[in-house]
Design a protein around this ligand. Structure first.
Ligand code: UT7
Length: 323
């Protein structure tokens, strides 16, 4: 049994925040942001929440799959910016789309690798025969956790959501492999201290919950781990870089993506890029890019698609799919 992606969907809030607008908020320039990151604009959720945008992406994936919400028997969402500490985003989506009561629904926390972590879990439920149709979501609203006075971070991120419906099917197509990794020793490179430690029994006051990042260090580790994760996916499937039809990498920084593609020897037309329009949408990034690539007709049957991500944790992950 393999997990086939039978429908994709995505949603990005309509409010566009261009680099020029950021020039009025912090000491930065369109030129700096474009040359150092490749980002020109990003979307910002003003009146929408994580549950709202996850639900929109989920509904469009279910519609594209041509199934009913009642067919879904598992919901896994990757997010680190849930609307509430609990219930999970997946539980809210379950109720919002009218999925059956009683099916498992939960979130996984792996920052920008969140979608691939969620995909890994759902794939294992399908391979083991427990799930027949799974809804997998990647969603984040980083505009809520960014320090809008910190030019080192506020120019990088945006808000967005994407989703896929997986169906258990026999045959050669579907998810060929997933690999997920973490190294908690590096946690300080990218984190957001949520202010939960505020009880009167706690002698350490809660920190402000802004995202903190060591950009330079992350950059180097990202290039190394993304390259290694791609190679691991190729090796475990007995494939070579030239077999890849399309690489859909986590959209963090154009220079990280180019270095990854260069290591693999992949030409740029085989790499899907949309970070110029969305910035880094964390767990939303890969499913948002996948949905765009599908809608543009860039993916055809039997194509080999490679997904690769890295993020806070640190975490990194890959998935190889035969479409
Ligand atoms: O999904 C994972 C999330 N994290 C990431 O993807 C982060 C990965 N890292 C990066 O993408 C890059 O390291 C950054 C884009 C964050 C930074 O690029 P960089 O080429 O590593 O620049 P830098 O940090 O070495 O900074 C160079 C200069 C500094 O000034 P000085 O010290 O040389 O005078 C910074 O203060 O650029 C300055 N700078 C800025 N200038 C204008 C930093 N941010 C900005 C800014 N506008 N927004």
């Amino acid at each position: 049994m393999r997990a086939n992606i039978i429908g994709t969907g995505s949603y990005a809030p309509p409010r566009v925040l261009k680099n020029q607008e950021l020039e009025r908020i912090v000491d930065t320039s369109d030129d700096w942001i474009t040359s150092r990151t490749g980002i020109k604009e990003r979307r910002i959720a003003d009146n929408e929440t994580t549950n709202d945008i996850a639900t929109k992406a989920a509904k469009s994936a279910i519609k594209a799959a041509g199934v009913s919400p009642k067919d879904i028997d598992l919901i896994v969402a990757g997010t680190v910016t849930p609307e509430m500490l609990f219930p999970s985003t997946a539980c809210f989506v379950q109720a919002n789309i009218g999925a059956n009561r009683g099916i498992p629904a939960f979130d996984v926390s792996a920052a920008c690798s969140g979608f691939l972590y969620a995909l890994d879990v759902a794939d294992k439920y399908i391979r083991s025969g427990i799930s027949k149709k799974a809804l997998v979501i990647g969603v984040d609203i980083f505009s809520n956790i960014i320090d809008w006075k910190d030019r080192n971070t506020c120019v990088l991120f945006g808000d967005g959501a994407g989703a896929v419906v997986l169906s258990a099917e026999k045959g050669k197509s579907g998810i060929l492999s997933t690999h997920i990794h973490a190294d908690g020793h590096y946690w300080k490179m990218l984190y957001t201290p949520l202010g939960v430690a505020s009880s009167p029994f706690h002698n350490k006051p809660a920190e402000k919950s802004y995202l903190k990042m060591q950009g330079n260090e992350i950059f180097k580790i990202a290039v190394r781990t993304m390259g290694a994760a791609c190679q691991e996916a190729l090796d475990s499937n007995g494939l070579k870089a030239e077999d890849i039809s399309l690489l859909i990498p986590h959209q963090a920084n154009m220079r990280i993506i180019s270095a990854t593609a260069e290591r693999l020897g992949l030409p740029e037309e085989k790499v899907y890029i949309n970070l110029d329009r969305y910035g880094n949408t964390s767990a939303g990034s890969i499913p948002l890019a996948l949905d765009e690539a599908v809608k543009k007709g860039l993916i055809k049957r039997n194509d080999i698609i490679l997904f690769v991500a890295f993020g806070g944790g640190l975490t990194w992950a890959s998935a190889m799919v035969r479409w």
